[in-house]
Design a protein around this ligand. Structure first.
Ligand code: DOR
Length: 426
């Protein structure tokens, strides 16, 4: 078979929710036209020895535009995303101005149209993300926003959160929560525990996250609202989510690569590269997050890609902003650290997040007739992380110099190769 303008991804092992099989994939006019053995087309992308999966979908990208373009732009973040195997990212709303109105959402989506991955906007729950007054969620939902969050901060006021949930259920959208109780976190810069005590750095207790997880599960029960917990970091948070899901509540959760890889002991260097919210926790918490990913309690791996310029990230620990790069390392960290079957890893990075933001029609599948949003992964190749070599405008990776296994060879967005042999095409 050979059709004009067609592309074949040849010689790989196709993995998606339907299973695994050795097959070539033909792409025509932005769609998957055939999946099977012995196919050919006008152009060929070599996938020998590789996994051919659906493009990855990130539920948690800080793209910094508008407002902090010196740290990242939608274009630079999306280029990093494509290099990391992503064909879709959800932009977080803590921009300047915040994504709390139709105007800013429209601006982000408009700029995203020419980016090398699909850019979806989240909307803020409250005006200016300051936790006082509900944002005009309906006008943002009318533009296609499916997730609302004040990420960077949690909604502190119980009554306001209840109203937000009632409003969200009426609109059929999902609320995503950054779980941190400000009163308990106040002045803390790392996890409160053995290392914060030794280092003399004020800490944030695990309970600051857990109280908000507990409250939002209670409010989800009260209102029937769908709630998604962002970047879960403690063992008890994971356990509460496990129980909530078992009781039938519409609850989902994500974990970041840094929370399943690093502990608070990293902070002993006093290097703010390890400063992040929620903070790196204990080895027991890391084990619980991994167990949550293994048993599906945590359905999603999300990056919390949070670029910061060297000028800010090199300030002393207590003055530096929290956050770490993630888009170009997430897949390799998952493959290197989790020891899970490839299908489960791809589920957590692709089709499960696609379902949560309602883009399962265009992302998360390698089936005939679906949009050709694909990533081709060499699962065996090893490489060394280098922040300076990343597409991001920032370089704040806590994994600098670490050897990882698994790398994206090609990424295809709506039928167009945007990464070929590890090189961004635009
Ligand atoms: O470490 C973090 N950085 N956590 C957040 O929630 C926000 C993010 C950022 O925007 O830099």
């Amino acid at each position: 078979m050979s059709e004009a303008g067609s592309l074949v991804i040849k010689g790989g092992r196709v993995v998606d929710a339907a299973g695994e099989r050795d097959a070539d994939v033909i792409v025509v006019d932005g769609l998957i036209a055939a999946v099977g053995p012995g196919l050919s087309a006008d152009r060929t992308l070599d996938a020998g020895g590789c996994i051919v999966g659906p493009g990855l979908v990130d539920l948690h990208s800080h793209l910094r535009e508008p407002g902090k373009e010196e740290a990242e732009t939608i274009a630079s973040g999306a280029r990093g995303a494509a290099l990391g195997g992503y064909t879709a990212v959800l932009a977080m709303p803590n921009t300047t101005p915040a994504m709390d109105s139709a105007a800013v959402v429209r601006q982000v989506v408009e700029i995203g149209r020419t980016a090398p991955c699909d850019v979806y906007a989240s909307g803020a729950i409250t005006v200016g993300r300051n936790g006082e007054q509900l944002a005009p969620m309906a006008e943002m939902a009318a533009l296609g926003v499916r997730i609302f969050t004040d990420d960077g901060a949690g909604v502190q006021d119980n009554g306001l959160m209840r109203r937000a949930m009632e409003y969200a259920s009426g609109l059929g959208v999902t609320l995503a929560q950054h779980c941190e109780d400000d009163a308990l976190c106040g002045g803390g810069h790392m996890h409160e525990g053995e290392w914060s005590a030794r280092l003399g750095i004020p800490g944030q207790p695990a309970e600051a996250e857990e109280l908000m997880v507990m409250r939002d599960i209670a409010l989800a029960r009260l209102t029937g609202c769908r709630i998604h917990f962002q970047h879960l970091s403690t063992a008890r948070s994971v356990e509460m989510v496990r129980t909530a899901i078992a009781s039938g509540l519409a609850v989902s959760a994500e974990a970041t690569p840094h929370h399943f890889t690093l502990t608070h002991a990293e902070c002993q260097s006093y290097d703010p590269i390890f400063k992040v919210n929620p903070p790196l926790r204990t080895a027991q918490d890391v084990a619980a997050v991994k167990a949550g990913l293994a048993d599906g309690t945590i359905a999603v791996i999300a990056t919390d890609h949070a670029p910061h310029t060297p000028e800010t990230k090199e300030l002393p620990f207590d003055q530096a902003p929290p956050g770490m790069l993630g888009l170009e390392t997430a897949l390799a960290l998952a493959l290197t650290e989790l020891g899970l079957p490839i299908q489960q890893v791809l589920g957590a990075l692709s089709w499960r997040p696609a379902e949560i933001i309602g883009v399962g029609g265009t992302h998360g599948s390698v089936a005939v007739g679906r949009a050709a949003n694909l990533c081709v992964i060499d699962p065996e190749v090893t490489w060394t992380v280098d922040g300076a070599a990343m597409a991001s405008r920032s370089a704040n990776t806590p994994f600098q110099g670490r050897e990882l296994r698994g790398k994206v060879r090609h990424t295809v967005l709506h039928g167009e190769p945007v990464v070929i042999d590890g090189q961004a095409q635009r």
